[in-house]
Write a protein that binds this ligand. Sequence first.
Ligand SMILES: *Cc1c(COP(=O)(O)O)cnc(C)c1O
Length: 376
Amino acid sequence: MDNTIANNPGWKSEEPVQVTKTYLPPQEEYQQFLNGIWNRAWVTNHGPLVTQLEEDLSAMLDVPYLKFLNNGTIALQIAIKALDLKGEVITSPFSYVATTSSLVWENCTPIFADIEPGTFTLDPQQVEKAITPRTTAIMATHVFGNPCDVEGLKQVAEKYNLSIIYDAAHAYGVRYKGESLFRYGHFSTLSCHATKLFHTIEGGAITTIDEELNHKMSYMRNFGHNGQEDFYGLGINGKNSEFHAAMGLCLLPKMKDLIHQRETIFKNYQKLLEKVAEKVSYQEIRTGTDYNYSYFPVVFESEEDLLRVQKQMNAANIFPRRYFYPCLSSLNYVQDTGRTPVSTGLSKRILCLPFHSQLDSDLQENISTLLLKAIQ
Ligand SMILES: *Cc1c(COP(=O)(O)O)cnc(C)c1O
């Protein structure tokens, strides 16, 4: 039976459709890894699966140093600590809350600079305007996997002697000008949360190309230990388990195919939405990017359009997400610089549609039809 809205106007999804659906490997594949864990009875503390995942992931992301952590937020916090950041850190208010909250948690003051209107990433010119004698670093997000202007930000950072941390939570597998995006900045951080493109249920990673920073991040994620009875310095528990690493090892070999499937679905959405091409716009992927198709964000002309779309979809049991809303400059524990009109405006008008590698084509058509109906 054709289950599209065209043939079935009162259509409503039986199951709730969320913005993403966690990819799970065939259960037998995970079971194989469980057998090994049971045989060894080595469940955490840098076991062989964690070590293997670190090797495979660093090869995949083409970075010399990578540590697998318990989440992407602790990765940001270890990066801030390892660089010993204090004072003001310039960052984007158009990101997930963890980017800003990590800075505040580590006693830094986030100073918001605005984003580029097309790419949604931090604008180097706006960063330069926000610099004061108290500025120590830039924390920039590769939003939805789209690379920041890494060259522009590097220039500003070098001119004012600032560190750069890239929140690369969404940037699994992205390359820019033929090189891994993870090779830029002092640190990059990845999230491997279940909602992210590459996941380990909960998890994250921190990467660097600098040997000394690698030493620091390595001991910091393990309580500062230097062997059992000595410590290099201050640390925290950033470790992850064999069970989480096993999920990552199941997924890694499939990522290329999964990304390819997402590309097809991504392009199909754009085609299905051609009828409202004047009323919606999309993120501009920076030229020179090998993209990972991690999200499908749609920008509307007005917040009213967005709310209409959201309401119609929710009534049909479809739950797109407002990433990223509200704008982080409105958090009650930060100072709003009042200099981020692009971010504030975008936050109100952007909606991520349900998007994952297994999205059924009838369902995709229905989601698109609901959007068209709401704003046409
Ligand atoms: C998901 C996310 C994080 C946090 O990662 P966790 O693994 O959930 O702690 C940080 N920054 C951005 C941009 C994210 O999307």
